[in-house]
Design a protein around this ligand. Structure first.
Ligand code: 5GP
Length: 113
């Protein structure tokens, strides 16, 4: 299986990389909704949270810790930020390779739509 994010991981298409290790890559969102909008993406291809299994628990946890680290590096940890994971079409997911949105740098009222 493949995704646009797999192509970015393989360097077949460009992206601004904010962080990378053996398990995870973090890139700037191409269409940011806030001054800071970074996607934390596992290198393992998992289409949606519905496809995650017990063995992915550490990987999913690591995504949150990478988000925390980037938020700190960007200087928004104190002020606050939002982590979002859309699941499926009805949840607003458009790229079917799980990713955590790190959004910060503007007032973030809670929105459900
Ligand atoms: P979703 O709606 O699936 O939760 O979020 C997908 C996100 O991926 C969107 O915010 C969209 O702007 C971003 N995106 C889609 N294609 C690309 C791409 O080729 N490069 C980058 N950097 N971001 C992308």
């Amino acid at each position: 299986m493949d995704s646009i994010f797999m192509k970015i991981i393989r360097r077949e298409i460009p992206a601004t990389i904010e962080y990378e290790d053996d398990d995870v890559i973090a890139i700037k969102d191409i269409n940011p909704i806030a001054p800071i909008h970074i996607l934390i993406i596992p290198k393992k291809f998992i289409p949606t949270v519905n496809d995650a299994v017990e063995a992915d628990a550490l990987l999913l946890g690591k995504m949150v810790l990478v988000a925390k680290r980037i938020a700190s590096e960007k200087g928004v940890a104190e002020d606050g930020y939002r982590l979002i994971m859309n699941v499926g079409k009805g949840g607003g997911q458009t790229v079917f390779h799980i990713h955590l949105h790190l959004v910060a740098g503007k007032n973030l009222p809670f929105e459900t739509a």
